[in-house]
Design a protein around this ligand. Structure first.
Ligand code: ZN
Ligand code: ZN
Ligand code: ZN
Length: 369
């Protein structure tokens, strides 16, 4: 699998005129080599020359963590008295163009630029992103499992099993985080809980605001499930609930618009459709209802080994969707000082139409606990 992924990356390097690919901290390395670099000051670097074997330069003390994959890369440990940048530069063999992983520490890149002055450095994202954006059947199955796990948590939120009234956002967020782990994730990526007017800020950080009856609560949460191969896949879902018996009329009306808009974007997620048309499908409905100015972000982001990756579902992205693309569809309506709402599912594009990976109820749940 990893060898085949590196073949695909070499084909793209050829097309883009890139001689060597350098991957370090970030999600590209686990995706292409099944190893995650420790995000520390000691350099870990996979050096992938276009026409030669890949080499993983790794601190000697971390070498025992590496699962050996001789068909994919050879291992070059460096001891505390050795110079890893010199090793990497020699493996680059005078490359004219190098592509570096977008999340590599700036410090590593600055060292490489100084020590390899004849090389032009570019971002690796345009090479690795489009490859990672097309999931194979095994990856989709893992996204399905992660999606089903957060669906079970959302169902407990909607049924009132996760108590809200009188508790702080932060307490509920901690609950969600614990359940993300209990449901089989290895990492909690985020657990946004935003009550009442706080939900008007899309990335509100859960705080000591106490949740009361007569307001809505937005919960947006997800984590990463790491498989036996060392590669993790992410979940991401948003549901809103109304706390107390009688939702406010204007909130209900806006929610009906949001629900319809989200469904329209999901329906639009078909093979060959430009990504921006998925955004437009829902945005048009929200704008037609007069809320256009309150939908202040793109419709979605790709998801896989990272919570946010290609393809981005945004105006201006004309790239046609292909089978295997997986991304969020998460329109929202945010009225500052009053309330906010968002409805988010992960959707996979397939030849026979869009497959939503989140199926838990899309209506506004009313909870009294
Ligand atoms: Zn977000
Ligand atoms: Zn989300
Ligand atoms: Zn999302």
């Amino acid at each position: 699998m990893f060898a085949e992924r590196l073949d695909r990356v070499r084909t793209r390097m050829e097309l883009d005129g890139v001689d060597v690919l350098l991957l370090s901290v970030g999600a590209d390395l686990p995706y292409f080599a099944g190893y995650e670099a420790m995000p520390l000051e000691r350099v870990t670097m996979l050096v992938v020359p276009r026409g030669d074997r890949a080499t993983l330069v790794v601190p000697a003390l971390e070498a025992p963590r590496v699962v050996e994959r001789p068909e994919v890369f050879s291992i070059r440990p460096w001891s505390e008295s050795q110079d890893p940048i010199a090793m990497i530069v020699s493996l680059m063999k005078g490359a004219a163009v190098a592509a570096v992983g977008d999340q590599m520490w700036a410090g590593f890149l600055v060292d490489l630029v100084e020590r390899s002055p004849a090389t032009t450095f570019r971002r690796a994202g345009p090479i690795t992103g489009p490859i990672r954006a097309v999931k194979d059947a095994a990856e989709i199955e893992r996204l399905r499992q992660a999606g089903a796990a957060v669906d079970r948590i959302a169902a407990r939120l909607q049924s009132g099993e996760i108590p809200l009234i009188g508790r702080t956002e932060a307490e509920v967020s901690t609950d969600l985080g614990r359940q993300i782990l209990d449901e089989g994730h290895d990492r909690v990526n985020f657990a946004i809980v935003a009550a009442g007017e706080n939900a008007a800020s899309p990335h509100h950080e859960a705080g000591d605001r106490v949740i009361e009856e007569g307001e809505a609560v937005l919960c947006d949460f997800g984590g990463t499930m790491i498989g036996a191969d060392g590669v993790g896949y992410c979940s991401d879902i948003t549901r809103c609930v109304w706390v107390g018996e009688h939702p406010e009329r204007d909130f209900l009306e806006a929610y009906a618009v949001l629900h319809e808009a989200q469904a329209a974007s999901v329906r639009a997620a078909t093979v060959g459709t430009p990504a921006q048309d998925v955004d437009r499908a829902g945005r048009e409905k929200i704008a037609a209802a007069g809320f256009g100015g309150y939908f202040i972000h793109r419709t979605g982001h790709g998801i896989g080994v990272e919570a946010h990756e290609d393809p981005y579902i945004v105006e201006g992205n004309e790239t046609p969707l292909v089978a295997g693309n997986a991304f969020s569809i998460e329109p929202g309506i945010y009225v500052p000082g009053r309330w906010g709402m968002r409805l988010e599912d992960i959707v996979v594009v397939a030849d026979d139409g869009p497959e939503p990976l989140n199926r838990v109820d899309h209506h506004l749940a009313v909870v009294t606990a």
